[in-house]
Design a protein. Structure first.
Length: 204
């Protein structure tokens, strides 16, 4: 169901992240309608993932859009200038104390073309990082709906299945490679369609 994909999968995470970051400086706060799939304006099916509007499903399992908000919440407050344009890929660079996060989305509206892309970002006039890690939201990362489908898309979940889907929803930190030469840090990453990736570089 296309609606299920829009609300329950990575599409919503990329849409939410891109919209919020593009609104930076124009608003003082954000709200989301609704927090969970349980609300009184409509009936809801028993299926754990049915295209509900919430950030959490019926069992309180965070959807990708919730995890996108979590990544945004941890960003710093000093946004740096980014040069470069692409039809579907957007990039923001935000500094926080001794770290810089490169926040990327690869997103297009329904019925618009989109494909997986190899993205390269250069950070100029930078010291050499001591570490780097990436946090992803896409079809195979922080996407409990994908694991639910692998379970056979059951309408009713056991306690063990709920626990497994909670784990599948989490954003994991993975080490990420970089190169450094002439005070320029270069990082590369492949972004699937409707992906969110936050690459954080830590400095001494």
């Amino acid at each position: 169901n296309p609606r299920d994909e829009l609300h329950d999968g990575p599409y919503a995470a990329a849409f939410v992240a891109k919209t919020m970051l593009e609104s930076n400086g124009l608003v003082e706060g954000y709200s989301f309608w609704t927090f969970t799939d349980i609300f009184e304006e409509n009936y809801f099916p028993s299926a754990p993932f049915h295209g509900g509007f919430g950030l959490l499903n019926l069992h309180g399992i965070p959807k990708p859009a919730y995890r996108a908000c979590e990544l945004l919440h941890r960003l710093g407050t000093e946004q740096l200038l980014v040069d470069g344009l692409h039809e579907t890929v957007n990039a923001w660079v935000v500094r926080r104390q001794n770290s810089v996060t490169v926040f990327l989305t690869n997103h297009a509206l329904p019925r618009h073309g989109i494909e997986a892309l190899q993205v390269r970002v250069s950070i100029c006039e930078a010291p050499e990082p001591r570490a780097a890690f990436v946090e992803r939201i896409d079809e195979t990362h922080a996407n409990p709906r994908a694991q639910w489908r692998e379970m056979g898309a059951p309408d009713y979940l056991s306690a063990l299945q709920v626990e497994q889907l909670q784990t599948a929803s989490r954003v994991a930190r993975e080490p990420h490679a970089w190169t450094y030469e002439d005070r320029v840090v270069q990082i590369e990453i492949e972004l699937p369609p409707h992906a969110v990736a936050a690459i954080t570089l830590e400095f001494d």
